[in-house]
Write a protein that binds this ligand. Structure first.
Ligand SMILES: Cc1ncc(COP(=O)(O)O)c(C=O)c1O
Length: 409
């Protein structure tokens, strides 16, 4: 019999004893809302009046012509409130927190998208809010830190380890252990200890449910393949969830960074450089050294440089249900440029990873087939990174002028 919270050999809940009652409570509350059709109804209603659900499925006519292969459709999660699929998960967890009667939420964030979404939800529901963010990410994602603080959250810059996402997650767990009576930890992705992978995937499955209905309506058939980027795995699990039982190929795209051979990447399932281990309360593939120490990861997109991966995706990779690929930083910037020029869409750097692989495969397919790419977020937040990657001199001049203005103020 399968053990609760396990997907094959991956998953589980490796927790300090002090946190066990809190996780049991969460597991029970999640089971309760899952069997209550009223909860899903309330969630869909909230998302359709506070966010932008159902998000559209956009036919990318110009890209389709450009690649002269499969019809390309794009699921527009960038149109959610706060600009990413992260809103789906935090609003659902917010409704859950209200039901549990807690009054404080904490979260970890890398790119800042999940932090902004959590701070937004906390403001809406009147919760006290603390966001943990690695010091390196605080420095590279200042606009999102600015918004979190304006929304009323306290942002704590974590100075441990590599000062990125995994360290922020460790700090959030420490806070939770000290304050579990009043506090809920709004984990941002389909990773971490049970029940988070299952719970976040369930909340994000709204993406795939909508996309399936929309593609049948617009294209009159199921897609041949669907593509999603993979950080911890939440937008991918969300899209894949709609097609799991269909004859549809599911493709997850990880951060290839500076190339797999360079070692500077975050490809856990698309490379043979990750190994199975237990960290951050669960068992999965981690990029780690022979002593089990987590390795540094690299990606042009802060949201994809997580060192572990959803245990559900680890299992689906092993069983062959999901195929994994990696996109390099350079490929990502090129795909982003093409998408902007051809379709007038500005995907987040994270999402652009999915575009890279879809663009590689679109022309292999025939014109009467279709594919879906999940545009998990919008690219505004990446303006500094993209301007650097493109090397836009006017942007550089603007920033230098602004710096002079501040110096002289
Ligand atoms: C826009 C966007 N897409 C994707 C991700 C990766 O997360 P996940 O794999 O949980 O979807 C992030 C994470 O910050 C993000 O901001």
């Amino acid at each position: 019999m399968a053990k609760t919270g396990y997907y094959g050999e991956y998953g589980g809940a490796f927790l300090p004893e002090i946190l066990i009652p809190t996780f049991k409570e969460l597991e029970q509350e999640f089971a309760r809302i899952k069997s209550d059709p009223g909860f899903w109804k309330e969630y869909v209603h909230t998302m359709s009046t506070y966010s932008c659900r159902p998000t559209p499925l956009t036919y990318a006519e110009n890209l389709t012509k450009h690649f002269a292969g499969a019809q390309i459709y794009i699921k527009r999660e960038d149109l959610n409130h706060t600009g990413a699929h992260k809103a789906n998960n935090v609003i659902a967890q917010g409704l859950l927190v209200k039901k549990m009667g807690k009054r404080r939420v904490i979260a970890e964030t890398g790119a800042g998208q999940h932090g902004v979404a959590t701070a937004t939800m906390a403001a809406k529901y009147g919760f006290e809010c603390t966001i943990y963010m690695g010091e390196v990410d605080v420095l590279r994602q200042r606009p999102n830190v600015f918004w979190m603080e304006q929304l009323g959250a306290k942002v704590v810059a974590v100075k441990d380890g590599s000062r990125t996402l995994k360290d922020a997650m460790n700090a959030a767990f420490r806070d939770w252990a000290a304050n579990m009576d009043s506090t809920h930890y709004v984990l941002g992705t389909a990773s971490g200890p049970h029940p988070f992978p299952e719970m976040v995937s369930y909340f994000q499955s709204i993406i795939g449910q909508e996309a399936r209905e929309q593609i049948l309506k617009y294209a009159g058939k199921l897609p041949a393949r669907v593509f999603a980027c993979v950080g911890g795995g939440s937008n991918a699990m969300g899209l894949f969830g709609g097609f799991m039982d269909d004859p549809v190929e599911l493709v997850g795209v990880e951060a290839g960074g500076k190339g797999l051979e360079s070692g500077l990447h975050a490809a856990r399932l698309a490379s043979d450089q990750a190994t199975v281990g237990v960290a951050q309360g669960y068992k999965t593939y981690f990029l780690q050294d022979d002593d089990g120490q987590m390795r540094e990861t690299h990606s042009v997109s802060a949201g994809l440089d997580y060192v572990g991966v959803s245990p559900i995706l680890a299992h689906l990779s092993e069983t062959g249900r999901v195929r994994f690929a990696a996109a390099t930083d350079t490929e990502v910037v090129e795909a982003l440029k093409l998408c902007m020029r051809k379709e007038g869409l500005i995907p987040a750097l994270e999402s652009a990873h999915a575009f890279v692989q879809a663009f590689k495969e679109a022309s292999e397919l025939s014109r009467d087939e279709c594919i879906i790419i999940n545009q998990s977020g919008r690219g505004d937040k990446d303006i500094f990174t993209v301007a650097d990657a493109i090397g836009d001199p006017q942007w550089e001049k603007f920033i230098c002028n602004k710096a002079e203005e501040y110096k002289n103020a």
